[in-house]
Design a binder for this molecule. Structure first.
Ligand code: BGC
Length: 745
């Protein structure tokens, strides 16, 4: 962890305290060091070399670097030793090698990679250290595949639960988003490979993503949609960003002067490169002048790209200066030097699909699983007297490394939930498997699977008689049952949003039937986004939420079910009771048409539900454990603060149950007397703490006063209002265990 720094402030304070009071009983305080992740800045030390390289290049060679020269690389200049910049998708791991000039797989046999849990899962761990582990692990895989850039992480805010890419994004909350994005990026870039943070910005829906003009007010933009990008640039020092498909205030994001030149480079000092999303460029001179560096795209002759022959012509006609072109070439050369793609002595070589990487994937998966309900203590599963278990549901066998429209991973290992149980259960327990329901999609006129679109056909809801009867038999003839339901990556997919929250393929009916037959039934949902599970919540007594959870997902799930792992995942978004309760839908501002106005403004996710007093099905930050935690002794180190201060919020958490476990303490702030519109509370800190049963830990969360600021549009900056703030500590946005007031003057 080369660039990860550890602030030992609290530890030092504690050791001073303990050395002063030598006789006092040994402190029970947990090591409270706060890990911060700081990326390495792009070096300018090669600038002279770069300038002399540029001086030797022809116009055509320079332009060759500014657009795709294959599906996943730009052009290099061989005679000058400038290599192509080689890219790979994407959020779930390193995508298989794609042909140079089409989407067809290249057919390699050495590009099998680790399939990592999707971003929603990482977010549910609420563990920045695991986010670093993910980035670092996938960074090594990128190097082993000789890549210079990973098109990851994807960090758009989840504005609607229906978003097709919800599983690929982290969260609805800007604070959690930035705290997970930064370590992820640092982890990747610690391996001499660039992270390409996407999709910049306000790309919060798939419907009309190629054309829709997003209209969002300035304060909301700054407070919700940009913080993680800003942190990616100013803290993680991301070497590249991807411009999104959509428009923002009238201009496409890949030619958006305000976003790319003014905010990204001007305000944040970004020195890396902006790469377009695939075929997201619409002009030549405007695109380059407004800040894009490399145009990437889908198959058509590469010289027909906007930043190819057309750019050469524009330069020759004097419509764009060669200085402008040089500027972008320089950006690219700087990052190539930065990751040692040029002059690359001692460049990290990486490793692919190793046991260590599978273990990383396992660790993330294991901490991501959310226990939603456990009324009769069916969980963890007690095997005494159990001779047979019905395992029901297509999702017990479903693989999600590939599927749908978006980037996936070709992998040799994806442990399914059924295989996980087979791996972990004693061999004398009989598993009676029944598929239960069939995945059914409507077909289009070419007899291909129809995309799930907002207006189009979705599923055939009827259950298959034979499958249903098999499931009923299995449930009847087994001591207990586990249903694996939810969705999959064909159903939740890039390029389209879901029509509604309903569970596809008749699963709701199937689950109700099985619950009626065998009350000892555990329901496991596997999905990347909220679904309507109202009746399942009501009728089941044990309910688990899992994700598209990577190569080791099935093993992690079995370990949670059997209690080897105590669940510690927390929802990174709000699960609504009905879609009309969600802000974008309540305000009728999704999906828009030519344009979409984000009418809910600042009130995205729990900010809306809490401010408007709408009860969610499951709140943001929610997740149970097999043990119980008690919070007490909440205090701050002072009562009154000024704007440069850092509040030290301390409290005690006791593990009062029968299992060791991890709890996520969440710190929300409210400013009830604010003169401005503010959400009733906002997440401003959190910490995941490992506590053995029967013991307690003192926990400290450091809260810089500047986190309390709002974006003042007139002053174009962040301002902390003086006054009284309430600091609230809890283990979900709706389970506040204590609060304390402080003043800011
Ligand atoms: C997606 C990107 C992805 C790119 C290349 C686009 O359609 O929006 O996230 O990296 O394709 O596969």
């Amino acid at each position: 962890m080369k660039f990860k720094t550890t602030i030992l402030l609290m530890t030092i304070m504690l050791s001073i305290l303990t050395s002063c009071k030598k006789d006092v009983e040994k402190s029970t305080a947990e090591k409270t060091e706060e890990i911060t992740y700081q990326g390495k800045e792009i070096s300018l030390e090669n600038d002279q070399k770069i300038d002399s390289l540029i001086a030797k290049m022809t116009l055509e060679e320079k332009v060759g670097m500014l657009h795709g020269n294959s599906m996943f690389s730009n052009g290099g200049v061989e005679r000058l030793g400038i290599p192509e910049l080689k890219m790979a998708d994407g959020p779930l791991g390193i995508r298989e090698e794609i042909s140079r000039d089409s989407w067809a797989p290249a057919g390699w046999d050495n590009d099998f990679a680790t399939y990592y849990p999707a971003a929603g899962s990482v977010a549910a761990t609420w563990n920045p250290e695991l986010s670093y582990v993910f980035g670092n692990s996938v960074g090594q895989e990128a190097r082993a595949r000789d890549k210079d850039m990973i098109l990851s992480p994807a960090i758009n805010i989840i504005r609607t639960p229906l978003g097709g890419r919800t599983y690929e994004y982290f969260t609805e909350d800007p604070f959690l988003n930035k705290k997970l994005s930064v370590p992820f990026i640092v982890g990747i870039q610690d391996n001499d490979v660039m992270a390409c943070v996407k999709h910049f910005a306000v790309n919060n829906q798939e419907t009309n993503r190629g054309t829709v003009d997003v209209l969002v007010d300035e304060r909301t933009l700054r407070e919700l949609y940009l913080p993680a990008y800003k942190a990616a640039v100013t803290e993680a020092h991301a070497y590249s960003l991807m411009g999104a498909y959509n428009k923002f205030r009238g201009d496409y994001l890949c030619e958006n002067d305000y976003m790319l030149n003014q905010i990204l480079r001007g305000e944040w000092g970004f020195k890396g490169i902006v790469v377009s999303d695939w075929a997201a460029v619409h002009s030549t001179v405007k695109t380059l002048e407004n800040g894009l560096d490399i145009e990437m795209g889908t198959p058509k002759p590469f010289n027909e790209f906007f930043l190819a022959d057309k750019l050469v012509e524009a330069a020759k006609a004097g419509e764009i200066s060669e200085e402008e072109i040089n500027k972008h070439v320089k950006h690219i050369l700087r990052v190539l030097f930065q990751v040692k793609a040029i002059d690359g002595e001692n460049r990290i070589k990486g490793s692919l699909a190793t046991e260590a990487h599978y273990k990383d994937a396992y660790n993330i998966a294991a901490e991501s699983i959310v226990l939603l309900k456990n009324n009769k203590n069916l969980l963890p599963l007690q095997l005494d007297g159990v001779k047979s278990i019905a395992v029901i549901g297509n999702n017990a066998m479903k693989k999600n490394a590939l599927g749908g429209f978006g980037a996936g991973v070709k992998t040799k290992r994806e442990v399914t939930p059924l295989e996980g149980l087979q791996n972990r259960l004693p061999k004398d327990i009989k598993i009676n498997y029944a598929e239960g329901y069939l995945e059914r999609y409507s077909k289009n006129e070419n007899n291909q699977k129809e995309e799930v679109t907002l207006d189009g056909p979705v599923t055939v809801e009827t259950l298959d008689e034979v499958k249903l009867n098999e499931a009923i038999d299995a449930a009847k003839n087994s001591d207990m049952a586990i249903i694996f339901a939810g969705s999959n990556r064909d159903y939740e997919t890039e390029a389209s949003d879901r029509k509604d929250l309903s569970l596809p393929f008749g699963q709701k009916e199937l689950i109700e039937k099985v619950l009626g037959i065998n009350p000892n039934t555990i329901v496991v949902m596997i999905a990347g986004a909220p679904f309507d599970i109202n009746t399942i919540k009501e009728k089941s007594s044990a309910l688990i939420w899992s994700w598209f959870n990577g190569s080791e997902g099935g093993n992690a799930l079995a370990d949670v079910i059997l209690g080897t792992v105590n669940p510690s995942g927390k929802l990174p978004w709000t699960m609504p009771k009905k879609i009309e309760d969600s802000p974008a839908h309540a305000t009728h501002s999704f999906p828009g048409g030519e344009s979409v106005t984000y009418k809910e403004g600042l009130l995205v996710g729990y900010r809306w539900f809490d401010t408007k007093n709408i009860e969610p099905l499951y709140p943001f930050g929610y997740g149970l454990s097999y043990t119980t935690f008690e919070f007490s002794d909440l205090k701050t180190n002072k009562q009154t603060y000024s704007d440069k201060d850092v509040i030290e919020v301390t409290f005690n958490i006791k593990n009062s149950g029968d299992f060791d476990g991890k709890e996520v303490a969440q710190l929300y702030v409210s400013n009830p007397n604010s003169k401005l519109e503010r959400a009733s509370q906002e997440l401003k800190g959190f910490k995941k703490v490992d506590i053995q049963k029967g013991t307690s830990k003192n926990v400290t969360i450091l809260l810089p006063i500047k986190e309390l600021g709002y974006y003042n549009v007139d002053k174009k900056g962040w301002i902390v209002e003086p006054g009284t703030y309430k600091i609230r500590i809890g283990n979900s946005s709706r389970a506040i265990k204590g609060d304390v007031s402080i003043s800011v003057n």
